[in-house]
Design a protein around this ligand. Structure first.
Ligand SMILES: Cc1cc2nc3c(=O)[nH]c(=O)nc-3n(C[C@H](O)[C@H](O)[C@H](O)COP(=O)(O)OP(=O)(O)OC[C@H]3O[C@@H](n4cnc5c(N)ncnc54)[C@H](O)[C@@H]3O)c2cc1C
Length: 459
């Protein structure tokens, strides 16, 4: 690779202040939230689709990889340039391009931070629901590329449910526009939804059309736990069948309650039980009040050992603090975490938690589980000691068995973080070679020279 020649080409497209090639500068773009690291050869900062197209065409000419990068908060290695090449950072494309209040659509540049979009809409009385825990720092482009989800998915769905159209630069540098600002659109294949969750392997998004909703007036929270998982499971299921569906239904299994118990000290909420839920209702003040009463009524029929509804903001904060305590509490169980985000059909949650418990015993590794009950999306954290090589090996074996069980139960190996490099070895547990080849052929149509994020999802 003639780096000087490529640098000159990028400089001609963007000017020298929007191209990085020095080692110290490149280092900041060599990792995401995983343990993966790999240096790019260049980092470029386009301002619009025309510049992105020119960058991609240049990468084709020199046959180097192009890796899109939002905020670099991914948990699957997606934005790590594993084969070098050019990282395309969207950090300078952060604008609101159009607010269409009549149709209730907003068009944004891909680098806008999720929280900035939420706040912009909230100030006008609107609501963008997808709420990954990283919402304060992750970008909408990254959310679309990973189809990010969060606690509100149980009522409002995930990123894909809000993306109606995209401006995309394909692997050959063509600029295409998918979808429309209509609720109904069945003209041809649904390329918009194919691109959502494509992890930067089919195209780079330069504009994103998103649906938004009216903002709920208020919300309230309750915390409930049960001393046996069957009661807990049936209690939570009963809430999902209500018209006034919870806007959050987070759960902790016995392993995470044990993990959090010592860490979370609160005078009016003493954590107990084997299956715990944090539940939110949103809507108008009257709707929230009656939903919380209804939830309490339903839940109390399943003999909870803890049932506490917040009466004010201080109590709401205390309930959320119990949820937030999980991450710091995990540190007591190891300095290295294998973080999995499997999803199973809801009626298989108890079974997979039971299987995970057995796997934890079999490999002698602590495994802490919590997650989003209404989506069957479980965060399975295998906690390890970084300096204990045999333990790390046992952790990897445990991970494999968990993925296998998940697929056997009709589930999937990633509910929200994506495959990237971290889970591609498990793709053949979920898909046969015919299916994987179909995906490869789709990639070939979008990216004939395989320069868009190569080595991600599959080799
Ligand atoms: C503390 C923490 C909590 C998290 N919680 C959640 C959670 O609750 N739910 C959840 O779903 N995820 C969560 N994540 C993971 C991560 O934040 C999400 O996957 C997020 O969507 C990544 O956005 P990003 O801007 O950081 O993208 P990056 O990490 O920069 O990139 C992710 C992928 O998107 C591609 N990409 C980025 N921009 C574009 C673009 N414009 N066009 C095409 N491809 C592009 C990249 O190539 C890469 O493959 C969490 C991460 C952290 C660190």
């Amino acid at each position: 690779m003639d780096k000087k020649l490529i640098y000159t080409e990028f400089k001609n497209i963007l000017g020298s202040d929007r191209v990085l090639a020095e080692r110290e500068e490149l280092l900041c773009y060599s990792y995401d939230a995983t343990i993966k690291e790999s240096m790019p050869d260049f980092v470029v900062f386009p301002l619009n689709e025309v510049e992105i197209s020119a960058i991609v065409k240049a990468c084709n000419k020199f046959n180097i990889p192009v890796v899109g990068r939002g905020a670099g908060s991914g948990f699957s290695g997606g934005s790590v340039p594993i084969s070098g090449g050019a990282v395309v950072s969207f950090a300078k494309m952060t604008g609101i391009l159009e607010l269409d209040e009549e149709n209730m659509f907003i068009t944004v540049a891909p680098g806008i931070i999720n929280a900035d979009l939420k706040n912009y809409l909230a100030d006008k009385g609107y609501f963008y629901p997808p709420d990954p825990a990283s919402f304060e720092f992750c970008s909408i482009g990254g959310n679309v590329a990973e189809c990010a989800g969060g606690p509100k998915a149980v009522k409002y769905g995930v990123t894909k449910n809000y993306v109606y159209g995209l401006e995309v630069i394909t692997g050959s540098g063509e600029i295409i526009n998918t979808g429309s600002k209509t609720i109904k659109d069945v003209a041809g294949y649904n390329l918009t939804q194919l691109l959502v969750g494509s992890e930067g392997t089919l195209g780079l998004f330069s504009k994103i059309i998103l649906k938004f909703l009216p903002k709920p007036e208020t919300s309230n929270l309750l915390i409930v736990s049960f001393d046996n998982s069957t009661n807990g499971f049936n209690a939570a299921l009963s809430l999902l069948k209500l018209n006034s569906r919870p806007s959050m239904l987070e759960f902790m299994d016995s392993s995470s309650i044990t993990a959090v118990k010592d860490y979370f000290k609160n005078s009016f909420i003493a954590l107990k039980g084997d299956f715990l839920f944090i539940i939110e209702a949103d809507g108008s003040a009257d709707e929230v009040k009656s939903a919380i009463e209804l939830y309490k009524n339903k839940l109390s029929k399943f003999s909870p050992v803890l049932l506490f509804a917040a009466g004010n903001d201080k109590e709401k904060k205390a309930i959320m603090d119990a949820r937030k305590a999980i991450s710091p509490a995990l540190r007591a169980f190891g300095d290295f975490k294998i973080n999995n985000d499997i999803a199973v059909p809801i009626n298989k949650i108890i079974q997979i938690l039971h299987d995970i418990k057995n796997i934890s015993v079999q490999y002698n590794v602590p495994i802490i589980n919590f997650g989003h009950f209404g989506d069957g999306n479980i965060h399975v954290n295998i906690m390890l000691d970084k300096s204990d090589a045999p333990m790390l090996e046992r952790g990897e074996k445990a991970k494999y068995d968990i993925m296998k069980k998940t697929v056997e139960l009709g589930g999937t190996i990633s509910g929200e973080h994506g495959i990237g490099t971290m889970k591609k070895e498990f793709m053949n547990l979920k898909f046969d070679s015919y299916y994987i080849n179909l995906m490869r052929n789709i990639k070939k149509s979008f990216d004939p020279n395989n320069i868009l994020n190569p080595g991600k999802i599959f080799d």
